[in-house]
Design a protein around this ligand. Structure first.
Ligand code: AIR
Length: 148
């Protein structure tokens, strides 16, 4: 189901954050995989640069809210996954979005180059499906690649 902000079911285990509504199509690839696996998630738009307090609040209470893993999608100077990881000890999966003139190379490097002790697991540019597959593995669920 498509959500700009909302929850696919009670007690969602996956929190999906995106820096902008413009990241929606990439996030949809992750949602599709989670829906196929029957894993509940909540999706919110929150930008590390435009709404830093909101990001800190969502990430800071994610564990006590019952989430077990966070997927954070952003393009350009994609600070979101790293900032989320700074505010939670939950595993964070960074999803670089291929926005702007550098087509995601900027976001990929920003997301993957985290300082020691504050890890972010990073998937390929625009690879929303792999972000969800990795989340499923962290949750101990099986996920099959297409065609398997
Ligand atoms: N972004 C939003 N706030 C901080 C960043 N890095 C990213 C979004 C999106 C891109 O900037 O994640 O990929 C463009 O956002 P917009 O809202 O201008 O379309």
């Amino acid at each position: 189901m498509a959500m700009t902000s909302g929850t696919s079911a009670d007690s969602p285990e996956v929190l999906i954050l995106a820096g902008s509504e413009s990241d929606r199509d990439i996030v949809a690839k992750a949602e599709k995989v989670l829906q196929a696996a029957n894993v509940a998630y909540r999706f919110e738009i929150a930008s590390a640069h435009r709404n830093p307090d909101r990001v800190a609040e969502l990430a800071g209470r994610a564990a006590e809210d019952g989430f077990r893993v966070v997927i954070a999608a952003a393009g350009l100077a994609a600070a979101l996954p790293g900032v989320v990881a700074a505010h939670t000890t939950l595993p964070v999966i960074g999803l670089p979005v291929g926005a702007g003139p550098l087509r995601g190379a900027d976001a990929l490097l920003a997301i993957v180059m985290m300082p020691p002790g504050v890890p972010v697991a990073t998937v390929g540019i625009d690879n929303g499906a792999n972000a969800a597959h990795l989340a499923l593995r962290i949750l101990g669920r099986t996920s099959k690649p297409p065609g398997a």
